[in-house]
Design a protein around this ligand. Sequence first.
Ligand code: FAD
Length: 390
Amino acid sequence: MQSRPPSSAIVVGSGIVGAATAYFLAKRGIAIRLIDASAPAAEATGAADGAVSVASKRPGPMMAAALKGVALYGELADNGLLSGAFKRRSTFIVAASDEECAVLEAHSAALAGAGVRVEMLSGTDLRQDFPALSPQAKMAVEVHGEGHAIGYQIVHRLLTASGIVVERDMRVEGFQLEDGGRRIAGITTNRGSLTADVVVIAAGNGSAKLLGFSGILTPRKGQLLVTERAPELNAAMRGAIMSGRYLLSKGSQKAGHTPPRGLGLVIDPLVTGQFLIGGTREDFGKRETNDIDAVSRILTDAVALVPGLAGVRLLRSFAGVRTAVVDGLPLVGRIPGLENGYVATGFEGDGICLGPVTGKSIVQLICGEEPDIDLSSFDPSRFAGQGEAA
Ligand SMILES: Cc1cc2nc3c(=O)[nH]c(=O)nc-3n(C[C@H](O)[C@H](O)[C@H](O)COP(=O)(O)OP(=O)(O)OC[C@H]3O[C@@H](n4cnc5c(N)ncnc54)[C@H](O)[C@@H]3O)c2cc1C
């Protein structure tokens, strides 16, 4: 076990998780090499929505971690690092059917139980508070204290503040082991070998091959849309809208199965006056492409809930690929069997929210301190023996 802070570290992957890990390591004076097969925020982090949200989390360890994640964004915004890059706003979870109302009532009780400020809105209150919503909306829960951040902007802030330059186009291909296979002596890359006291794998979907976890980590595609600016409509929305169906879509889809395409609506009014609208959950189709079926279904759902969007032009569509874990929880902690190897991945649709707090927590773990988030449910040892490192 790593007993005292290391003097050097390699972080593999410069998405939000790797960038945050590198930032918190560098803050302690630990020499960092942050390497990426491509470029900073080139994968999921650069193709995400950016809900920094407790509202969307399942009760339990994810909700508890998200509370810490949102709090850290607030702290980093207040201390200047993320000022202007973290937009504070509420999330309104909206139910349009009896099934969604039932899910929403249970979810609202779970959020309140976790200490989140929630407010139920229905009938006239709902119409007054949210005139942009269609009469289809039966009830809503306002979840206070949430926010939004653009993943690649956060990566940029973290790297700039720590002066870390990502070593681009450097793909890690495997580990060199020592001490009877208990320690990583170095890593091999397409551009030679590197050594450091500790290695952290934050390689998103690339982590599966490195850890031999292909049955445990699964790519999950998502398609999103961005509209033109519509300042009046934007100003009429006090926060993001999340359909009750989003909770159903997120909670019901276990990685490794091949369900039909899941669709859970989120409409986010951006600071630019535009709307970011998403999205799908697809366990088939690993490519970052859009298709007309998904685009038209997202738009149809969005206009049904916010009729004013019918007059707003669609500017572009894009897609990204999340990394899902078969049991729905991320992998954060020591790589099973390795004393100085760590992994932080598998955040599915929650890595923008959880990236910074995960980076901070894994660095605390590496340095022998109590992590800010309880990592016990995320411990990769739950899959020990089921993968073989590259
Ligand atoms: C459509 C969509 C919507 C989303 N919406 C939200 C949201 O609203 N809120 C939220 O919190 N999260 C959201 N997410 C999830 C979030 O984007 C991810 O959980 C998060 O970005 C994961 O970050 P990461 O650093 O783990 O991985 P990534 O961003 O995927 O980064 C991994 C990096 O590792 C590099 N890499 C891979 N293999 C290797 C290798 N062998 N050697 C070297 N480098 C390697 C890659 O090039 C990449 O840069 C969304 C995701 C998608 C796709």
